[in-house]
Each structure stands twice: as C-alpha cells, then as structure tokens.
Write a protein that binds this ligand. Structure first.
Ligand code: ATP
Ligand code: MG
Length: 433
C-alpha cells in the first residue's frame, strides 16, 4: 500500500476548537473594522517578487531568507505574500486608488514565510491586516492603533498584552541614529552574534531587534532614538501619544523598539504578550511613509498593522462552540420526506438547524445531543397524521406538540416568530408574541 500524503512542514489543518478560535478572531475583527469605517479588500496570494524585495528591503530576514519565491511556467519570478502591506501598496499604485485617499482598508488571509516551525510560528500562517494609505496626519496613527486596541479588548485579552510604542523619526532622525548605532556596534563587533555582525553595515537598526541573547547587553547600551529626534519628529510623536491618551489607549515607551521590515518611519508599535513563549508579538505595525517611493510611486504617507490570527486565537478564552438550535429527528420514510421540506422552511426563516438521518431513533437522538442542540424536533407517523411535530427540550426532557401550520405562519426571515412558535411553554419560555 502506498503511503498517504502528509501535511507540509509548517502548515496547519485547522479543525474543531482551533477553527472556532480562528473564526472568533476573524468575526471580532470584522465587527471592529466596521466601527472604525475601514473597508474590506481582497488581495492576490502571490505578487511579482520585486514587490516584496523592493519595499520590505533586501537585507531583512523576510526577504533574505524567508520568502517562498518561484519561477512560474512563463519564467516570471513570483513570491507567495509574506505579508499584506507591500501588495496593497502595489495595488494602490497600479489601480490609481490615490483618488480615494485617505484610504482605510482591511483584509485577512494566509501569509507565507520559510521559518523554523514552532508553537505560534508557522510557514503558512494567517494575518489580520489594516492600512490607512495617503494620510500623513498623526490622527491616522492614533485611529489605527486604537482600532487594534479595541480588537484586543473585544477579544478579552487586553489584560494579557501591552502596547509598546516608539518613534523612528523622520529620515534625518533615522540617518543620524543609524550612524550612531554603527559606531556603537562597531566598538562591540567581536561580541556580537554572527547575524548581527552581518547586519552591522547593511542594516544596523535591525540589531536592536536581535533574537540572540549575546547581543542583548550591547543592545541595551546602544544610543536611543531620543538623542537624534528632530523638532518635527518629536512634535509628530507627541501628537500621537497625546491622541492615544485622549482615546484611552494605554501604552509604554520602548525607545529601542524597531520593526523587522525596512520601510517604517515615525511611529512603530507592537502589542506584546508574555503568554506565548518566544512568540511575543501579537499585533504590530507602524508608519511607512517611504514604501510607495520604493515601489516607484509618488510620496504617499501611510500607516498600518498586522496581527497573527493563530497567536490571537491561542490567547482568547475557549470560544462559543457553533451549534444548531434544533435537530430534526424523523422516524420512518414519510417523516424523512416531510422533514426534508420542513428543515428548508425553518432555515429560510433564519433558524439554525440540522437533521439526524442515520441509524436507529436512539442513535439519532444521541446525534442531536452530541451536536449540543437545545431542542430535538421529533416527527413520526402520529405527528404526520395530526399535522404536528413534537419539540423536546434536550436540557429538561420536557416535550410539547406544535402545529406545523402555526409554525410556518412565521414569514420568510421571521426568525423570532418561528423560534417562539417552536419553543414557548418549554423550559419556562413565555409566548412573547
Ligand atoms: P516575529 O518577531 O514573531 O517573527 P515579525 O516581526 O516577523 O514577528 P510581522 O512581520 O510584524 O512579524 O507580522 C505581524 C504579526 O504576524 C506578528 O506580530 C505575529 O503575530 C504574526 N506572525 C509573523 N510571523 C509569523 C509566523 N511565522 N507564524 C505565525 N504568526 C506570525
Ligand atoms: Mg519574523
């Protein structure tokens, strides 16, 4: 017998409670993004490789060693998206979305990075993503960070995360800070990890983000951005922090916070947790005013964030398990035919229901129990002859007969009428119609 195929390393088959968690995160995101008036956008899973290489930066981990790049049959170099921002910016330029600026967009879906898989770190993972494009005002930073904070709050995990905030300043700030960092790190060259030595000339800011313990004391002693902030950059940061205070968003300053990607300017932030081991970042982003130019477009200020859906899913409480309200249990072939039509009538009226169509009556009732339904709807010869159904509470075992004609008086979409006509009198439910 040939071996059955296995899941590819670093991918996931998300099922059961994990799937419920995933869905709970995405639903909360959809609710919150509406409150903030962000519109949905759906993006391609792959782009020309240069979209990511030029914007994220050749010297970043993502571009230098984590991308899934391949040549397609036409000989073009394509890459599975390692994140959403670069593709959304490409779309903004290629579709002339400038006319909609400031454009507030969200999306979610799979992202791909060739990393060492571990808890909370996968090769195909999933992100929520939010972007405000064409807005240089600090109000845009405040709004999008507040949206992230409200999402975490609605997911019930605001106590488990902390918002770390920094500014990387404007280009003048960044250049001066960069020179000082190079000088500092050069003085400790021999004590730095190999990765960080390689970053020294090309991308010294990234050393601040190093995951190698041996770098940490050197990082702690490094000059902070505060010594290099221009007046303009510090005014911008002050506007962001006072806006966050006004919005009631708690934050702490981390003057050494940088982000893994090259394109950030001014605001950089991360919501971090101590509850996921080494994978501490759950929602992270910042302002990326230089990105559009790296793609050959006009100067376009923008700010955004991304969050790992799996990491958020691991932090939330066990979510409500989706379950049908009613399970139909037909007995006999006539009842099965009747129930096939009746269940469609109930579903058209907005009632969540399922049908148990396999095995003995006992098996069918077990199925209704296992589905965690609230009620079974029993239909046998007796009920058919009377034009009725029996509604049984699976909680108390109480049951009552109901007229089918009465139930179906509920109009299409008339969920409340239908529910009450099914259940009143059971488990103390009053007839509120
Ligand atoms: P990390 O420091 O954990 O590698 P990152 O800085 O590379 O994260 P970003 O590029 O900012 O991450 O992506 C935004 C979010 O996406 C992260 O905060 C995290 O929640 C999630 N994420 C990133 N990479 C992975 C991965 N390989 N598996 C699962 N989630 C991930
Ligand atoms: Mg990473």
């Amino acid at each position: 017998m040939s071996k059955t195929p296995q899941r590819v390393r670093g991918t996931q088959d998300i099922f059961g409670e994990d799937a419920d968690r995933f869905q709970a995160v995405v639903s909360a995101f959809d609710r919150v993004r509406r409150l903030y008036a962000f519109r949905r956008v759906e993006m391609p899973v792959f782009e020309e490789t240069q979209v990511f290489a030029r914007s994220i930066g050749e010297t970043t981990d993502v571009v230098s060693k984590e991308m899934y790049s391949f040549e397609d049959r036409g000989g073009d170099s394509l890459t599975l998206r390692p994140e959403f921002t670069a593709g959304i910016c490409r779309a903004y330029l290629s579709n002339g979305w400038q006319q909609h600026a400031p454009l507030k967009l969200v999306t979610h879906g799979a992202a791909f990075r060739y990393e060492r898989p571990q808890k909370g770190r996968y090769r195909q993972f999933h992100q929520l993503d939010a972007e405000t494009i064409g807005a240089g005002e600090p109000a845009a930073d405040v709004e999008i960070i507040a949206m992230g904070a409200q999402l975490l709050d609605e997911l019930g995990i605001s106590e488990r995360v902390e918002l770390k905030l920094n500014t990387l300043g404007d280009p003048a700030t960044r250049d001066a800070w960069r020179d000082a960092l190079v000088e500092h790190f050069r003085g400790h060259r021999n004590d730095l990890s190999e990765d960080s030595r390689a970053r020294l000339e090309k991308n010294p800011l990234r050393i601040l983000d190093s995951k190698a313990h041996q770098d940490w004391p050197i990082v702690d002693a490094a000059p902070t951005v505060d010594d290099f902030l221009t007046a303009e950059a510090s005014d911008f940061f002050a506007a962001v922090t006072s806006g966050l205070d006004a919005a009631g968003v708690k934050w702490t300053r981390d003057p050494r916070l940088v982000r893994g990607l090259d394109y950030y300017r001014h605001t950089a932030f991360e919501f971090v947790t101590e509850d996921l081991g080494a994978q501490s970042a759950v929602l992270a982003g910042g302002r990326y005013d230089g990105l559009m130019e790296s793609l050959g477009g006009p100067h376009t200020p923008a700010v955004g964030w991304a969050a790992g859906i799996e990491r958020l899913g691991m932090l939330i409480d066990s979510p409500w398990q989706e379950r049908p309200e009613f399970v139909l249990v037909p007995m006999g072939s006539d009842a099965e035919i009747f129930c096939g039509g009746f269940i469609a009538d109930l579903r058209r009226r907005g009632v969540y229901c399922d049908m148990a169509y396999r095995g003995s009556l006992k098996k069918r009732l077990q199925r209704a129990d296992a589905a965690k339904a609230s009620y079974a709807i029993l239909v046998g010869e007796d009920e058919l002859a009377a034009g009725e159904v029996t509604i049984r509470s699976l909680k108390s075992g109480e049951q009552l007969r109901r007229s089918v004609a009465e139930i179906l008086k509920g109009p299409i979409g008339g969920r409340t009428f239908t529910l009450v006509s099914l259940t009143h009198g059971l488990d103390g439910i009053a007839n509120t119609l």
